[in-house]
Design a protein. Structure first.
Length: 87
């Protein structure tokens, strides 16, 4: 399984920031820093190894990072910005 941008969601990347919005009315969600990293990793690889890919790029306790990655991705799914799909 992997995550993909949901239908009718716009994405614009500018520098290190990513902007997401349900189209046509928004609201716009701006992601930068670790949030942009997690979003990018979530949409570019297998869900099974998402935490490992983020941990390799962020300093901190693995358990804490894993908790935050999981919570953030679940929030994006709950907002309708990401969906799960077969890899």
């Amino acid at each position: 399984m992997r995550y993909a941008l949901a239908a009718d969601v716009g994405l614009e990347a500018s520098g290190d920031a990513i902007y997401l919005a349900p189209l046509p009315d928004g609201p716009i969600l701006a992601l930068d820093g670790v949030a942009a990293l997690i979003f990018t990793e979530a949409t570019q690889g297998n869900r099974e190894h998402l935490v490992d890919r983020v941990v390799a790029q962020v300093d901190g306790p693995v358990e804490e990072i894993a908790f935050h990655v999981d919570a953030f991705v679940h929030d994006l799914v709950a907002r309708g910005l990401l969906v799960e799909e077969a890899a």
